[in-house]
Design a binder for this molecule. Sequence first.
Ligand code: NAG
Ligand code: NAG
Ligand code: NAG
Ligand code: NAG
Ligand code: NAG
Ligand code: NAG
Ligand code: NAG
Ligand code: NAG
Ligand code: NAG
Ligand code: NAG
Ligand code: NAG
Ligand code: NAG
Length: 379
Amino acid sequence: MKLGGISFAEFPSCPLLLCIALALCFNQVSSTTNETDKLTLLAFKAGITIDPFSVLNSWNSSIGFCQWYGVTCGPRHKRVTILDLSSQGLLGSISPHIGNLSFLREMRLDNNSLDHEIPPQVDQLSRLRILLLDNNSLVGEIPKNLSSCLDLFLFAIAHNELSREIPTKIGSLTKLWEFALCENNLTGSVPSFICKLSSLEILALEWNNLGRSIPQVLGHLTNLTFIGLWENRLSSTILSSLFNLSSLIMFQVGFNQIHGTLLAGMGLALPNLENFGVGTNQLEGLIPPSISNCTKLNLLQIHHSRFSRKVPSLENLCNLSLFIIDRNQLGSGKPEDLSFLCSLTNSTKLEGVTIGFNKFGGVLLNAQVIYPPLSKNLL
Ligand SMILES: *[C@@H]1O[C@H](CO)[C@@H](O)[C@H](O)[C@H]1NC(C)=O
Ligand SMILES: *[C@@H]1O[C@H](CO)[C@@H](O)[C@H](O)[C@H]1NC(C)=O
Ligand SMILES: *[C@@H]1O[C@H](CO)[C@@H](O)[C@H](O)[C@H]1NC(C)=O
Ligand SMILES: *[C@@H]1O[C@H](CO)[C@@H](O)[C@H](O)[C@H]1NC(C)=O
Ligand SMILES: *[C@@H]1O[C@H](CO)[C@@H](O)[C@H](O)[C@H]1NC(C)=O
Ligand SMILES: *[C@@H]1O[C@H](CO)[C@@H](O)[C@H](O)[C@H]1NC(C)=O
Ligand SMILES: *[C@@H]1O[C@H](CO)[C@@H](O)[C@H](O)[C@H]1NC(C)=O
Ligand SMILES: *[C@@H]1O[C@H](CO)[C@@H](O)[C@H](O)[C@H]1NC(C)=O
Ligand SMILES: *[C@@H]1O[C@H](CO)[C@@H](O)[C@H](O)[C@H]1NC(C)=O
Ligand SMILES: *[C@@H]1O[C@H](CO)[C@@H](O)[C@H](O)[C@H]1NC(C)=O
Ligand SMILES: *[C@@H]1O[C@H](CO)[C@@H](O)[C@H](O)[C@H]1NC(C)=O
Ligand SMILES: *[C@@H]1O[C@H](CO)[C@@H](O)[C@H](O)[C@H]1NC(C)=O
């Protein structure tokens, strides 16, 4: 018989009374541990001020807390492993007691209206694998000390009102697969410790206030498929190491102050690219002809920069749906400038092309160029 990790076989000579005393003692320990989960959940409930769908009504003593709405317990220890209250319209704050749910693996509280800070006690949740807090009204900073949540692989706190810098301790979360902090008000830079997150596939930092340069070390994260950095204050150039990430599907760095040129061979290195956006920056030079090797491209957004000269043939981009190159210095005032439009005849999914405010010559016959509004949703 094993209780609390100590086997009774280890006390062969223990008198019966002592055994009973020990058993009672261990029993008490185990009943206080699951009582802790119950008290913690009740403390969480107390932090919720509005529960429009009354989902927390079931959180009462008529049933065990493992049956409460949104609560899942582990089969063996009957401890809370999942708290899932996504999209319940909840108003209120996240109780600091949450740190006492020591068996918690998933905290899904996204798409509510939770405000106040993310309690720093989250760092006590050493078994946490999923932390979803997207689309709330959380303020303050990202908990500084997440270094004990070593199993965290999904960390999404997008669309809140978080500020300050991305804490350095994040660098120890080497199992992180998705890191989504977009649509907040984070400042500082894209930290270079991000290169320690070797499992990272999704990096979403768009719509923040991040400055300085895109760290070159990002090029070490060979499993990255999604890089979202648009709408920040990034400057400097796009370093060639970033064009070494052959798994990339999406690369969006538009609406920053990035300058320099695009690497001539980029299209050869990025065979999986579907969504590429560098518009509204200060990039210049040629649109690399190798872009037509990115045959999976769907969205190509290179507007409002300083690109010049000839637009390359796009004949291999049969899945292209949006081609956005307005407001550059493309073309040379000659009729052949628009020959790239002919190369788009096999792009049967094309929905929009914007070419205005360039130096194109030539005549558009029967061609009404479509200007879709460049909304956030297209990115
Ligand atoms: C307590 O929870 C049960 C089970 O979900 C529910 O039927 C009951 O209405 C709840 N009681 C109160 C007072 O909310
Ligand atoms: C608390 O733990 C005891 C002993 O492991 C168990 O019998 C009981 O079902 C648990 N209670 C709840 C509500 O999970
Ligand atoms: C977010 O929650 C609201 C209810 O508060 C719901 O109507 C909406 O569908 C949810 N959105 C998502 C993406 O789940
Ligand atoms: C739970 O956490 C809170 C806040 O972190 C703490 O004050 C309290 O003592 C803890 N309660 C138990 C029963 O562990
Ligand atoms: C975010 O939450 C707001 C209100 O709480 C809701 O209207 C909106 O649909 C949510 N957005 C998403 C993407 O779920
Ligand atoms: C951060 O968490 C670790 C592990 O839980 C702990 O040892 C350390 O003292 C904490 N540091 C701070 C500054 O809270
Ligand atoms: C974002 O942060 C900046 C500087 O810290 C501040 O001036 C600005 O008001 C903040 N914006 C929002 C929407 O919170
Ligand atoms: C990168 O992805 C591959 C394939 O999904 C996987 O086998 C590998 O472990 C990943 N590398 C890291 C460092 O996570
Ligand atoms: C590109 O990747 C290869 C291997 O994946 C690596 O050896 C090389 O240093 C990388 N080049 C740059 C410029 O990062
Ligand atoms: C890149 O595209 C060019 C022109 O379409 C083609 O000749 C070349 O074979 C392609 N290279 C690769 C590696 O696909
Ligand atoms: C184009 O898109 C379709 C459907 O999304 C996909 O099956 C096909 O493989 C894509 N073609 C290329 C060249 O990526
Ligand atoms: C379009 O596709 C057809 C058939 O695959 C091919 O013969 C033709 O050269 C392509 N046209 C362009 C402009 O790429």
